[in-house]
Design a protein around this ligand. Structure first.
Ligand code: F6R
Length: 621
């Protein structure tokens, strides 16, 4: 939700670029976080020059192309996912106040903005936009005029604001700096040579530096070309953890694919492989060094609760089957936004596993905080190093899917399942439910998955053609059982998100309890069929389901293992997936559903990477 960039270069240095170039580059890369409007502001002599425009960064660039923008070395930028006030030019950031001298960009929601607006209006301030940001900027400007120092003004303002915010501010009276504050919204510092950066995440400056600093929560930073100074909101000096970004700018490019989503679908063999890498010691024992939680404590765990949202929650649902099966620990999966409101039973023996690609999903952050307040240990499974969820958890098992830019999650889902399976196997090994040789066998199967996924990707065109042929369907249903059920939910979510097509996933066994009434002549239904080699009863039952819906006129698209002949009589279309033990099947069965959704959206002419109304990371509750 909203992308923020800041740049401070040195006027003496001869870099052949300026704040505008750096900010625009960062905004292009952060656009996946929101694309309702974009804007940039730079310090320009004794004033601020700015431009902002509703729509994508490209609209801002067209606007900028109409004039000449100053060659400033200090600037801030913003790409917006609208919360307060619709997507319009006037509501776009930066908000410039204090007679054109103070520019502010903001990510988050100021919860007490109405009260502050009332207070500031009584002092004679007028507001032109509907945003909470303009209120925060006006408050900052008001305090600045009293204290005549941007850092102190930001500190005092931050103490008055409630809710979530990352705020960046520039003022020509202190022209060498950006002052930023963060509470419950992401912000990372990038360190260069005689230049420094700020970004909502590292993609905001990855083109320029891989050296970064985690910005602590409830802190502010004063950024100049050769220094960064962190303080808490009481004004005390503080530090942030420095880290090296593990991927380069090229990893965040489309690499010849028409969309990031297509590229990321094709990244999946590597995402699974890299997530498995280095997690076995020379004796073949699974070692998760990152899990710095006392082993005796992990042995005593009597319940696991997985908290996550959307696709990540479906990954959790898949993992539950494996974790319970391997570890014999009761495992629940809860949508993070429901978690604390249902007053869950948590003790010191509860392990909470927070799944998140971005590490910045506010609902999941709040669930993590609630769990820890109740005494639970929290392990994060996350794709973004240095993000909030790993920082606030007791330990983190990173997924190594690389940057996921398309709004609809694909490779992070497979990587999350892989990491959650590693955690399950590790706990089983530790608690003695599984011996090293059994763990080894499953790991060997897991290690074979990247190749299986790659072989499936070779058939992408055939699946995409099916998508194009079905682009005019008005509704698509997805059925699965056991681990196939969350896969069905994920398949339906992909189609809703990017193809704006009504789609629903059901547990196949539930069909006769109601949803079968939806099936009429021509209704497309995907069915994920479990392996016939494992839980045979389940396979036979799913085949019966296909038979039942086919008899009622459904067009059945069956996802079945190579060699599974039992499905042939009832399938209008068969998508073959490599033979895989049922528990690992989601790592292959999901892929055709992603390709299908991508093809339907493409055939409809929609923006695959930036679907309407959505943003990549949901940093508001
Ligand atoms: C769907 C999708 C979302 C995210 C959800 C959680 O394609 O991307 O449902 O999975 O918003 O996001 P993270 O994993 O960043 O916490």
């Amino acid at each position: 939700m909203c992308g923020i960039v800041g740049y401070v270069g040195s006027p003496e240095e001869n870099q052949n670029y300026y704040a505008l170039d750096v900010v625009l580059e960062g905004l292009r890369r952060l656009e996946y976080r929101g694309y309702d409007s974009a804007g940039v502001a730079v310090v320009d002599g004794d004033g601020i020059t700015y431009a902002k425009k509703a729509g994508k960064v490209a609209a801002l660039e067209s606007e900028l192309a109409k004039g000449v923008f100053p060659q400033s070395k200090v600037g801030i930028g913003h790409t917006r996912w609208a919360t307060h006030g619709g997507p319009s030019d006037v509501n776009a950031h930066p908000h410039v106040v204090d007679h054109g001298r103070l520019a502010v960009v903001h990510n988050g929601i100021i919860e007490n903005f109405a009260e502050l607006k009332h207070e500031l209006s009584a002092l004679g301030y007028n507001f032109v936009s509907d945003t909470d940001t303009e209120v925060a900027a006006t408050l900052l400007g008001h305090i600045y005029n009293e204290v005549q120092d941007l850092t102190e003004a930001m500190r005092q303002a931050a103490n008055r604001l409630e809710g979530a915010f990352t705020l960046l501010a520039i003022h020509p009276e202190q022209p060498d700096r950006i002052v930023a504050a963060r509470r419950n919204s992401p912000l990372v510092i990038g360190l260069g040579e005689k230049e420094n950066f700020l970004g909502s995440d590292v993609s905001g400056f990855i083109e320029f530096t891989k050296k970064a600093v985690e910005m602590p929560n409830d802190h502010l930073v004063v950024l100049t070309a050769d220094s960064y100074e962190i303080r808490d909101f009481a004004g005390n000096p503080a530090t942030g953890k420095e880290f090296e970004v593990a991927w380069d700018a090229a990893a965040a490019e489309k690499g010849g694919y028409a969309s990031f989503m297509e590229k990321e679908i094709n990244d999946q063999p590597a995402a699974v492989r890299d997530t498995l890498l280095g997690r076995l010691n020379e004796k073949g024992k699974l070692t998760l060094d990152e899990l710095r939680i006392d082993e005796s404590l992990l042995r005593s765990i009597d319940k696991i609760i997985v908290v996550a949202c959307g696709t990540a929650a479906y990954a959790g649902q898949v993992a539950r089957y494996a974790i319970e099966h391997w570890c014999r620990i009761p495992t629940e999966v809860e949508l993070a936004h429901e978690f604390r409101y249902r007053d869950p039973i948590i003790t010191e023996k509860t392990l909470v596993v927070a799944l998140s690609q971005s590490g910045e999903t506010m609902d999941t952050i709040m669930a993590v905080r609630h769990a820890r307040e109740q005494g639970a240990k929290v392990i994060a499974i996350c794709n973004t190093i240095g993000s909030t969820i790993p920082r606030e958890s007791d330990a983190c098992l990173y997924t190594y899917a690389g940057p996921e830019i398309a709004v609809a999650s694909t490779k992070a889902f497979l990587a999350q399942i892989t990491a959650a399976y590693l955690l399950g196997l590790y706990l089983a090994q530790l608690r003695g439910n599984k011996f090293a040789d059994e763990v080894q066998l499953i790991l060997d199967e897991l290690r074979a998955m990247p190749e299986k996924i790659a072989s499936l990707l070779e058939r992408s065109e055939e699946i995409a053609q099916l998508g194009r042929d079905m682009k005019d369907a008005s509704s698509v249903l997805f059925l699965g059982r056991h681990v196939g059920f969350p896969v069905a939910l994920e398949g339906a979510l992909k189609l809703k998100e990017i193809a704006y097509l009504h789609a629903e996933g059901f547990a196949a066994g539930e069909l006769k309890h109601g949803p079968i009434a939806l099936v009429e002549e021509g209704q497309p239904v995907f069915v994920i069929v479990p392996s016939p080699r494992g839980r045979n009863s389940l396979h036979a039952k799913v085949v019966s389901t296909i038979q039942e819906i086919r008899a009622r006129g459904a067009v059945t698209i069956v996802i079945a293992e190579e060699g599974d002949t039992a499905v042939e009589a009832y399938a209008n279309h068969i998508i073959r997936i490599p033979q895989t033990p049922t528990l690992l099947q989601p790592l292959v069965a999901t892929v055709p559903l992603q390709i299908f959704a991508c093809a339907v959206a493409g055939a409809k002419g929609y923006d695959i990477d930036q679907p309407r109304n959505l943003a990549k990371s949901v940093t508001v509750e």
